[in-house]
Design a protein around this ligand. Structure first.
Ligand code: NAD
Ligand code: MG
Length: 305
């Protein structure tokens, strides 16, 4: 297959009703272990494996994606490869099995996949990750800060200092650290894309630690975009709504909220990871050359600023 390949009879360009493009899922009210694994999800997520069609929009690009083994990051990695990019994948060592599935899909497109497991809470890994990506890809021009930790807790009194520390280190400290290291390599034309959330503006009462990191990511995106604009490096963000990924059944939502996950959106269903991929492709590609500091909301119609 090539980066111009069509993978099935229906792809993201097929005219279709967004209400029924994917079925409305009703996950069981059960928690799996953290980090959630794609391989143990009872209801499979759609990362575009059989549907995403590339049209050469990222030909020759070299991208590092964190949290690339599963969910949204995996959908972005698959899409980037089909658009012609080589991809370095960051993920936790426990997620090796999920990462190998994504690696094989990238290689099936004739693209390079560089696997770099490690813990983004560790400042030394944030630095070595970038160095290994540059070595493995022969350079770097696209960074997707996408890794995230989300664990619902009923009350602030029950939020452990350890969870607070881990959520902040994963969700926002790592964005600063990885981006700072990447700037040593990013040439004019490069793009940085940060995964934020609808939670940045509409925090759930059970997610005060997580939601506040997402507000920080939006602010970081808008400030850094202005700082790096004169260098020709564009910074933007994507804000997903409720998307069916391993994050959700592994503690991201209170158990009892899982059966209703995503049903309160105007479209009436949870989103699938592959529905996020075109937003990241657009922001990575030079076609968005005048788009900077933007947060692109992909959330099934929930009103957002
Ligand atoms: P996911 O579990 O598939 O991906 C998150 C990834 O983060 C994991 O696969 C893991 O590799 C990585 N990660 C977590 N802690 C890490 C650590 N300490 N070191 C290294 N990697 C670590 O879930 P997802 O929903 O695809 O999440 C991707 C991004 O999308 C996250 O930033 C999340 O906050 C954001 N998001 C998700 C939703 C949703 O509804 N699923 C909504 C809004 C925003
Ligand atoms: Mg994962």
């Amino acid at each position: 297959m090539t980066s111009e390949s069509t993978t099935g009879s229906t792809d993201q360009y097929t005219f279709q009703n967004p209400v029924t493009r994917f079925e409305s899922i009703t996950p069981p009210a059960e928690h799996t272990a953290e980090p959630g694994l794609e391989s143990s999800m009872e209801i499979k997520a759609d990362r575009g494996e059989t549907s995403y069609r590339g049209t050469g929009r990222l030909t020759g690009r070299k991208a590092l994606i964190t949290g690339a083994d599963s969910g949204i990051g995996a959908a972005v990695a698959i899409a980037f490869a089909r658009e012609g990019a080589d991809v370095a994948l960051s993920y936790l060592p426990e997620e090796e099995g999920d990462a190998q599935v994504v690696k094989a899909l990238i290689e099936a497109e004739g693209r390079t996949a560089v696997c770099i497991p490690g813990d983004l809470k560790d400042p030394a890994y944030c630095i070595s990750l970038v160095q290994q990506a540059v070595d493995g890809l022969g350079g770097l021009d696209t960074l997707v800060n996408n890794a995230g930790k989300q664990v619902a807790v009923e009350s602030l009194e029950d939020l452990s200092d350890e969870q607070l520390d881990h959520t902040y280190k994963t969700n926002i400290y790592s964005f600063f650290r990885v981006t700072k290291e990447a700037l040593k390599h990013l040439e004019p034309g490069s793009a940085i894309i940060n995964s934020t959330s609808i939670q940045a503006y509409e925090p759930s009462p059970t997610l005060v630690d997580y939601a506040s990191t997402k507000a920080a990511i939006n602010n970081f995106t808008k400030g850094l975009a202005q700082q790096l604009a004169p260098k020709g490096i564009r910074v933007n963000a994507v804000a997903p709504g409720p998307i069916w990924t391993p994050l959700q059944p592994s503690g991201g939502q209170p158990k009892e909220a899982l059966p209703e996950f995503g049903k309160d959106t105007p479209l009436g269903r949870a989103g699938q990871p592959t529905e996020l991929a075109p937003a990241y492709v657009f922001l990575a590609s030079s076609e968005s050359s005048y788009v900077l500091g933007e947060t692109l909301n992909v959330n099934g119609g929930m009103p957002s600023p």
